[in-house]
Design a binder for this molecule. Structure first.
Ligand SMILES: NC(=O)c1ccc[n+]([C@@H]2O[C@H](COP(=O)([O-])OP(=O)(O)OC[C@H]3O[C@@H](n4cnc5c(N)ncnc54)[C@H](OP(=O)(O)O)[C@@H]3O)[C@@H](O)[C@H]2O)c1
Length: 272
C-alpha cells in the first residue's frame, strides 16, 4: 500500500540533522521513503549521521550564507530535487537578562535562528521549489508565545521565525507550503540544562505527564511536510504535551508555579 504521506522518493534538507530533534526528523523522513541532506557544524557528526541514514551531509554553520548555497547544491547534485526544507538548527545563546546581552551575540542568534531559515528557503526556492513546489517546516518553540527568564534573545528570535513562517506562507503559495512546529521541552542536548535533574517536577505539571522526546516532534514535522497536510500553510503546530494549557490541568501544581521557569532561573546552558 502506498503511504498517505507521499514522501517516497522525495528529498528533504534538514539543518541540525546530526542529533536531537533534527536527527529524529531526518530518521522519520527516511522511514517515510525520503532521502535526506543534512548539515551541522561538527564534521564527524554530520558524516556519521549522513552515512547511517544513507543520505548526504555538509558540515558548517547555517550562519554562513555560502554553506547554505552549497547545501542546496549538494542536495540537487546528489538527488536531483529538493522537496522539503526543515529549518531546525538554532542557538539559545546569548542566555541571560537582555540588559547584559552582547549585541554581537544577539545578532548571531538572529543570524542562526531567523536569517538562515530565510536564506535557505531563498536558495531552495530559486534552485527548485519555485518551479516544482515543495514544503518548508520551521522549528520554533512553545516559548515564543510568552516571555520567560533569561531567554529573551532566543524567544525574540523564535517569535520572529514564527512571523517569518506566516509571511513566507502567504508569499510562496500555492507552490510551496510553509508551516512551523513549536515544541515544548524535549529531551535533547540543547535543553539538557532544563530537564536534567528536574524532569520529575516538570513532568508532574504537564497535562500529558512527561517531557517530549525528539520523535514526538519528528512525527509532526513529517506530517506537515507530507501530502497528508496539503491544505495547510501558515500554521504553527504546537507539540508540547499540553504545556500551554497546563493552568487548567486538575492534577497540576499551583497555577503560579512553572517548573521550567524555575529551572531557567537556576541553571544555564553550556555554550554550544
Ligand atoms: N529541546 C527542546 O526542548 C526544544 C524546545 C523548543 C524548541 N526547540 C528547537 O528545536 C530545534 C532543535 O533543537 P534540539 O533541542 O534538537 O538541539 P540539539 O540537540 O542541541 O541539536 C542541535 C542541532 O543543530 C546543530 N546546530 C547547532 N547550531 C548550528 C549552526 N549554527 N549551524 C548548523 N547546525 C547547527 C547541532 O550540531 P552542531 O553542534 O554540530 O552544529 C545539532 O545537530 C531548535 O530549533 C530548537 O530551538 C527545542
Amino acid at each position: 500500500m502506498t503511504s498517505p504521506y507521499g514522501l517516497e522518493g522525495k528529498v528533504a534538507i534538514v539543518t541540525g540533522g546530526s542529533r536531537g530533534i533534527g536527527r529524529a526528523v531526518a530518521e522519520a523522513f527516511v522511514r517515510a521513503g525520503a532521502r535526506v541532506c543534512l548539515t551541522a557544524r561538527d564534521p564527524d557528526a554530520v558524516r556519521l549521521a549522513a552515512e547511517e541514514l544513507g543520505g548526504v551531509g555538509l558540515a558548517g554553520s547555517v550562519a554562513d550564507p555560502v554553506r547554505l548555497r552549497e547545501l542546496t547544491e549538494l542536495a540537487l547534485r546528489a538527488f536531483g530535487r529538493i522537496d522539503v526544507v526543515v529549518n531546525n538548527a538554532a542557538t539559545n545563546q546569548p542566555y541571560g537578562p537582555l540588559m547584559d546581552a552582547d549585541p554581537d551575540r544577539w545578532r548571531e542568534a538572529f543570524a542562526v535562528n531567523v536569517e538562515a531559515p530565510l536564506r535557505l528557503v531563498q536558495c531552495a526556492w530559486r534552485a527548485w521549489m519555485r518551479e516544482h513546489g515543495g514544503a518548508v517546516v520551521n522549528i520554533c518553540t512553545e516559548g515564543a508565545g510568552h516571555v520567560g527568564p533569561n531567554v529573551g534573545a532566543y524567544g525574540t528570535s523564535k517569535a520572529a521565525l514564527l512571523h517569518l513562517t506566516r509571511q513566507l506562507a502567504g508569499e510562496l503559495a500555492p507552490k510551496v507550503r510553509v508551516n512551523s512546529v513549536s515544541p515544548g521541552l524535549v529531551r535533547t542536548d540543547m535543553a539538557r540544562f532544563v530537564w536534567e535533574g528536574g524532569e520529575d517536577a516538570i513532568a508532574a505539571g504537564l497535562p500529558l505527564g512527561r517531557i517530549g522526546e525528539p520523535e514526538d516532534i519528528a512525527r509532526a514535522v513529517v506530517w506537515l511536510a507530507s501530502d497528508a497536510a496539503d491544505w495547510i500553510t501558515g500554521a504553527d503546530l504546537l507539540v508540547d504535551g499540553g504545556t500551554r494549557v497546563r493552568t487548567a490541568y486538575a492534577s497540576g501544581t499551583s497555577p503560579g508555579a512553572y517548573a521550567v521557569h524555575d529551572r531557567l532561573r537556576s541553571s544555564s546552558p553550556r555554550h554550544m
